[in-house]
Design a protein around this ligand. Structure first.
Ligand code: KG4
Ligand code: ZN
Length: 341
């Protein structure tokens, strides 16, 4: 395999991850998660996550290099997620990457984590077509992007105005008594339920009243509607049909995501849709996207789950795109940006 050797480092949330990509090939991929430490709190605790990154950074990066049979002196560049994410978590990964780059005399790229979710699909499907759409959905982000050139030009076409899709699932899951993160439990129960059993509003199908935001999403109203329905049943002393609640919620969210993604493809005349982020593990969304893709003649690129969730490969692959595009890091002292667009 040829091409530049890039070490990618990821620490935006609860995963400390590092990977080596050479050209379009993944040579190693190491992920450590602190999720077990957060589960009992019902959400990721930033302070715990930051400490876990500080502990895991050296072992994870060392293992990624060792698994690829490399020393840091062998890499051509280092890439690290500089945002969006939890500030304390980003600070650990970015400081570590800068220190390593300085010590080894290697360029360090601070990259956008969400664009990394797009880039990583190249490891499974090959290079991106020049004009593609991307739907990136997780517990932290819900973004519809137009990708003209992954190294230079990515536009935000739509985003969530409140909760991310995964966050909405996690909140409803909590009401139903599932442990955190509850998204996968909803997925499993939804497979046995009736998706027409209860009426769940679709998250902002038209855009905000009076404004043109046809590609934005809103999931907090969806969560509230389901919560109210559950409370009314409880108050009336009636049992909660858990499978049906899950199926109705999952169908509504999958539907609006697939619909807007397809509408975006038509708008930008794109015949490829890249999908990524932890929520793209959701089986209802995967099915809805594949069905809609067939109907609209769009090639839907759904990567294997290990590439959908946060990892170092996404960062390394995006770094590789930057190196191959001849772009040099703009500064050796770039800041973290927890709200990076
Ligand atoms: O990308 P990720 O691992 O972490 C974030 O950056 O958020 O995504 C995790 C999110 C959580 O909200 C989790 O509940 C959700 O994705 N999730 C799922 C499924 N697998 C993970 N939601 C629904 N169905 C699933 N199968
Ligand atoms: Zn992510």
């Amino acid at each position: 395999t040829g091409g530049p050797i890039v070490l990618g480092i990821e620490s935006t949330c609860d995963e400390t991850a590092a990977a080596i990509v050479q050209g379009g090939t993944l040579r190693s991929n190491v992920v450590a998660s602190s999720m077990d430490e957060h589960a009992r709190y019902g959400g990721v605790i930033p302070e715990i996550a930051s400490r876990a990154h500080a502990q895991a950074f050296v072992p994870v990066v060392s293992k990624a290099l060792a698994d690829a049979g490399l020393e840091v002196s062998d890499v051509d560049a280092i890439a690290v997620s500089a945002g969006p994410g939890l500030a304390g978590c980003l600070a650990v990964g970015v400081s570590g990457a800068k220190a390593l780059g300085w010590a080894a005399g290697k360029p360090v790229y601070g990259v956008n984590h969400v664009i990394g979710h797009v880039a990583v699909t190249q490891l499974q499907f090959g290079a991106l077509p020049a004009n593609t759409m991307a739907l990136i959905v997780s517990g932290g982000h819900t973004s519809l992007l137009h990708v003209e050139d992954i190294a230079r030009h990515v536009d935000v076409v739509g985003t969530t105005l409140d909760d991310a899709a995964g966050e909405c699932f996690d909140k409803v899951a909590r009401l139903l008594g599932f442990p955190y993160p509850g998204g996968p439990h909803i997925d499993r129960h939804a497979q046995r339920g009736d998706s027409h059993a209860i009426h769940v509003p679709q998250g902002l199908t038209q855009g905000r009243a009076g404004k043109q935001h046809p590609y934005d999403f809103s999931f907090s109203g969806v969560k509230t509607a389901v919560a109210r329905w559950i409370e009314e049943r409880k108050a009336a002393g009636e049992p909660i049909p858990v499978d049906d609640v899950c199926a109705s919620l999952a169908a509504s969210v999958a539907d609006v995501l697939a619909k807007k993604a397809m509408r975006g493809c038509a708008q930008y005349d794109a015949d490829t849709l890249i999908v990524g982020g932890g929520f793209s593990a959701n089986s209802q969304l995967r099915q809805a996207l594949l069905t809609a893709g067939e109907e609209h003649g769009v090639d839907v690129r759904l990567p294997r789950i290990a590439l959908c969730t946060d990892n170092g490969a996404m960062v390394a692959m995006l770094g590789s795109n930057l190196v191959q595009a001849g772009i040099t890091p703009s500064s050796t002292d770039f800041p973290i940006d927890s709200a990076m667009p």
